[in-house]
Design a protein around this ligand. Structure first.
Ligand SMILES: Cc1cc2nc3c(=O)[nH]c(=O)nc-3n(C[C@H](O)[C@H](O)[C@H](O)COP(=O)(O)OP(=O)(O)OC[C@H]3O[C@@H](n4cnc5c(N)ncnc54)[C@H](O)[C@@H]3O)c2cc1C
Length: 285
């Protein structure tokens, strides 16, 4: 078994094109999940590739927009996100970052690793869904971007082809007044797999009525889901006047497991949506 740690993206793609390799970043999902006997393929470590770590602002003028996308490099660690200077609509992602595992996990685990691992309980996914995040995939064949909700197709399943690397997460411009929040229910505060988690981004007009709403729930379906009916019902309301019904939760299909029953998860998540929306609403000026 070989271990490759290229420093140039082109070299990484050259290695990946002709042979199956196990891509590894922080290794915090990959190594604990290794079967007895170890990895099947040689390893491609992406953490030393120049330009893959860090957060930058694309120049919107190139695309005729006032503001460009926020570009989060694939190998950006959760602790990088916690400490980044980002607009308020990223507060949900930051709150999620602070709750991924522990400080040690946040210092090693990356944003791309979290989404590529495609766990239903990946804490990064709901806040990224509320930010309309796109996944940038790069191979020798070129670059393509997919909405995160399309990239994730099931438990541990994504649309990443074997010769592709995730190179960045792109967040399009959000309304300037948008504020965000994240809430995670676990059996304790840290180092715990989420039972349910909810993320929200909302914006309010000059009268304090919601004019922009994104809500997403994780750990209640194979892939975290946005709640479009709830988002539509929120428009025109004040954050204090929100109600969440079972109909709003229709996209969810929770399972019963050791962490909680399906019914418990649905009860919890209705309340969790309310709390997350109130938290985002309080953050709004
Ligand atoms: C003790 C512990 C606690 C944890 N707690 C949490 C938690 O609270 N919440 C949570 O969501 N997660 C948690 N995790 C899981 C994990 O830390 C995160 O999902 C983390 O973000 C994974 O990132 P990584 O860089 O370590 O991924 P890796 O383990 O390196 O990779 C994970 C997967 O992504 C693929 N991959 C990585 N980078 C790329 C890329 N650029 N292109 C293509 N494929 C790629 C790998 O091939 C692999 O399949 C925990 C893990 C541990 C060990």
């Amino acid at each position: 078994m070989d271990y490759y740690a290229p420093t140039a993206l082109d070299d990484a793609l050259d290695l990946l094109a002709p042979q199956p390799l196990d891509v590894v970043a922080g290794g915090t999902d990959f190594f604990p999940a290794l079967p007895v006997g170890g990895a099947k393929h040689s390893l491609l470590d992406v953490t030393r590739i120049e330009g893959l770590r860090g957060i930058s602002q694309d120049r919107g003028q190139d695309r005729g927009q006032d503001r460009g996308c926020v570009r989060i490099g694939a190998a950006t660690r959760w602790s990088d996100i916690v400490h980044a200077d980002l607009p308020a609509c990223f507060d949900g992602l930051k709150q999620a970052a602070r709750q991924v595992g522990s400080l040690q996990i946040q210092n090693a685990g990356t944003i791309a690793g979290n989404i590529c691992n495609a766990s239903p309980a990946a804490d990064g996914v709901p806040p990224l869904l509320t930010l309309d995040a796109q996944v940038e995939l790069t191979s020798k064949r070129g670059v393509r971007t997919l909405p995160l909700g399309r990239f994730l197709t099931g438990v541990r399943q994504t649309l990443r082809a074997g010769d592709e690397l995730v190179t960045a997460i792109l967040v399009p411009p959000m309304p300037a007044q948008a504020c965000a929040a994240f809430d995670k229910l676990g059996s304790r505060s840290y180092l715990v797999i989420s039972i349910t988690m909810t993320a929200a981004v909302i914006g309010c007009d000059a009268e304090g009525r919601i004019d922009f709403a994104r809500v997403a729930v994780g750990a209640c379906s194979a892939v975290a889901q946005r709640l479009p009916a709830l988002e539509a019902d929120l428009l025109g309301r004040r954050p204090a006047d929100i109600a969440v019904s079972r109909e709003h939760l229709a996209p969810l299909s929770p399972i019963t497991d050791v962490r909680g029953s399906a019914e418990f998860r649905l009860d919890v998540v209705a309340e969790q949506c309310l709390r997350t929306l109130h938290k985002a609403g309080q953050a709004d000026g």
